[in-house]
Design a protein around this ligand. Structure first.
Ligand SMILES: Cc1cc2nc3c(=O)[nH]c(=O)nc-3n(C[C@H](O)[C@H](O)[C@H](O)COP(=O)(O)OP(=O)(O)OC[C@H]3O[C@@H](n4cnc5c(N)ncnc54)[C@H](O)[C@@H]3O)c2cc1C
Ligand SMILES: O=C(O)[C@@H]1CCCC=N1
Length: 387
């Protein structure tokens, strides 16, 4: 094999591509991970200090995937020798009678996830400095917590390299020639491999256009807002304040969620689970802030210990599918080209499992999970386009 030949090439060193490369290297496959920007960077979807990790999902298939994902996160922690996760619980609150609230409660109970239902009378005793509205229910997933995201990305890339994997950053992929051997062209050269995995986050459709595919993906810019605690530490991870997901807040079409103060001491992250359409290369030209107005009003009513103007606003992107489920599949015409895309703002916690199944698909192995919710063919619109 010449030095530019690999068993597998992975495009995109976000959390999904990095975990795919890690699993391939564990299987002793000669793997190249290509990244367009100098690493680490903050222009995709995997940057930032924290993410929520939870098993609580309406869909049982996500709950089951998260069972193993927790184990694989612990394994990475042991391999890298760093703490990547901290348990602090996840509070779900919303209109008690709404189906979204009842469905989450049902999956928690049916899957025996350790949980605690908080009656209105006892809510403030367990969750001080937060207000529950009339008619709302509250339940805590005790096993949920916070992932240290930037640290996790560094750890998985470091273990990949220690297993002999090669990362080339500042190498933007500009051409893909399918075949039994796939050729990938960057600004610096050409690489060949038996299989290719495309995990390009918000740039997925740009890359897929090189192989005649267009998926129904929408890229959204997310305003990542941090709000100052009036008394520092009120909502801190150190004091075990949980993450939360608020369903059905008046005027909000999507959830509002928060993570305890940690990365910026004295600032709590509270965000809206949606954003405004953007071109990923023009992200910072998108300046829409309607969500921030909504968040200010939420904070004034529900989190009285926070100031109502954000102290810090950072940017991130979601790549959203119509049903908010991921895309984990092979190219319809080239089965040695595998696609991981459309993580719809909730994919980080699944990184170890996404990487595992994408590595399996790229090696022609039977995937460990039923991938029918994630197949390309679920979309009605034609996905093959002219090259
Ligand atoms: C604000 C915010 C909050 C979130 N909260 C949570 C949470 O609490 N819990 C959770 O589980 N998930 C959460 N998510 C979702 C999660 O972070 C994403 O699903 C995940 O990071 C997606 O990773 P990715 O690898 O698909 O994409 P990315 O991280 O964007 O990686 C794709 C990579 O591909 C590279 N690339 C693209 N084109 C090329 C090219 N031509 N050549 C070479 N490289 C290329 C890009 O530069 C990029 O580095 C959140 C996301 C955001 C934005
Ligand atoms: O993925 C998650 O758990 C969170 C939940 C709220 C919105 C974004 N991500």
């Amino acid at each position: 094999m010449a030095s530019h030949d690999f068993d597998c090439i992975v495009i995109g060193a976000g959390i999904q591509g990095s975990f795919t490369a890690y699993h391939l290297a564990k299987k002793k496959k000669k793997t190249l991970l290509l990244e367009q920007f100098v690493l680490p960077h903050s222009r995709g979807s995997s940057h930032g200090q924290t993410r929520i990790i939870r098993k609580t999902y309406e869909e049982d298939f996500y709950v089951h995937m998260m069972e193993e994902s927790y184990q694989l996160w612990s394994q990475l922690e042991a391999e890298a020798g760093v703490q990547l996760h901290r348990q602090a619980g996840l509070l779900v609150l919303g209109p008690e009678k709404a189906s979204s609230f009842q469905d989450l409660k049902r999956t928690m109970e049916q899957n025996h996830l350790p949980n605690m239902i908080l009656r209105p009378k006892e809510f403030s005793q367990h969750i001080p400095n937060m207000n529950l509205a009339n008619g709302e229910g509250a339940i805590v997933d005790m096993s949920a917590g916070v992932l240290y995201a930037d640290r996790a990305l560094r750890a998985v890339q470091g273990v990949f390299q220690s297993l002999g994997g090669e990362i080339k950053d500042r190498e933007k992929v500009v051409g893909i020639t399918p075949g039994t051997v796939v050729t990938v062209t960057t600004g610096s050269g050409a690489y060949r491999a038996k299989s290719l995995v495309i995990t390009a986050g918000p740039w997925a459709n740009t890359l897929l256009s090189l192989v005649g595919l267009k998926l129904p993906l929408q890229v959204l810019k997310i305003n990542v807002c941090y709000w100052k605690e009036k008394i520092p530490g009120t909502y801190s991870l150190a004091s075990r304040f949980p993450s939360f997901i608020q369903l059905g807040f008046e005027g909000a079409e999507s959830e509002i969620y928060g993570l305890p103060s940690n990365e910026y001491p004295g600032l709590m992250k509270v965000c809206y689970h949606s954003g405004s359409p953007t071109d990923p290369d023009e992200r910072d030209r998108q300046t829409e802030r309607k969500d921030i107005t909504l968040l200010s009003s939420y904070i004034a009513r529900r989190l009285p210990g926070l100031e109502t103007v954000p102290a810090v606003v950072e940017s991130c992107m979601y790549t959203v599918t119509p049903d908010h489920n991921f895309i984990l599949d092979s190219h319809p015409s080239h089965n040695n080209i595998v696609i991981g895309a459309g993580f719809s703002g909730h994919g980080f916690k699944f990184g170890p499992i996404v990487g595992k199944v994408l590595s399996e698909l790229s090696l022609g192995q039977m995937p460990s999970y039923d991938l029918s919710p994630f197949r390309i063919q679920r979309f009605q619109t034609p996905v093959l386009s002219k090259l």
